[in-house]
Design a protein around this ligand. Structure first.
Ligand code: GRF
Length: 203
């Protein structure tokens, strides 16, 4: 399975995917890493792993449609079959999302459908949540919606700051994103009607 990863920043989830794809028992290869930021450290992670990289800077485009079109051109030129959004902070057009329907997944730092959007850890703490977590899901036009693939849950502890909680969640992200890629690469996932998995078991 040829995978394309799109990032904007540090790329710790990208690194987890790189490490997983390097395992001989996983039939997945990361063929291209695209960043909308030239300074994203994730590009360095890709280069170190010998993976092709490309910067497609949204600031150099007049509109979202032309930016997204160049994303698809680059992905298809690299023969990408599955797109993984990993810390990618741009909203994608419906056209792009529908073009890659059921061939594009994302990791979001909350137990979707709760806490769509940004600052999820801060919001969970302020709401007095007992648990928080992360979700791998298929991307649909509406932000942070779409069929859930895997979730991991962590406790919210006394004295947690958003940063502490984010760190606890990120550790789980690095587990469930590669696991989701594995399930897709091994053909274990159908999309519609998939029961959400919680900690690796049907939810
Ligand atoms: C993290 O907050 C993660 O929860 C979300 O994007 C942010 C950066 O991730 N998916 P990464 O280290 O760039 O993968």
């Amino acid at each position: 399975l040829k995978v394309g990863v799109i990032i904007s920043g540090g790329g710790s989830n990208l690194q987890a995917l790189i490490d997983a794809a390097a395992a001989p028992d996983l039939p997945a290869e990361i063929g291209l890493v695209i960043s909308n930021n030239a300074g994203a450290y994730g590009l360095e992670r890709a280069r170190k792993a010998g993976i092709a990289t490309k910067v497609i800077d949204h600031r150099t485009y007049p509109d979202r449609e032309s930016f997204d079109r160049d994303l698809t051109v680059a992905l298809e030129k690299a023969g990408v079959e599955l797109v993984c959004l990993a810390g990618f902070l741009r909203v994608l057009t419906d056209e792009f999302v529908n073009h890659w329907r059921d061939r594009m997944i994302n990791i979001h730092p909350s137990l979707l459908p709760k806490y769509k959007g940004l600052h999820t850890h801060k919001r969970a703490i302020e709401a007095g949540e007992e648990y928080h977590g992360c979700t791998v899901h298929y991307v649909r036009p509406d932000l942070d919606t779409g069929p859930l693939l895997l979730q991991a849950r962590v406790p919210v502890l006394e004295g947690d700051t958003p940063e502490i909680l984010a760190g606890r969640v990120l550790e789980k992200e690095h587990l469930i994103y590669p696991e989701a890629l594995r399930k897709i690469a091994l053909g274990e996932i159908t999309v519609e009607g998939e029961t959400p998995m919680v900690n690796g078991h049907p939810g």
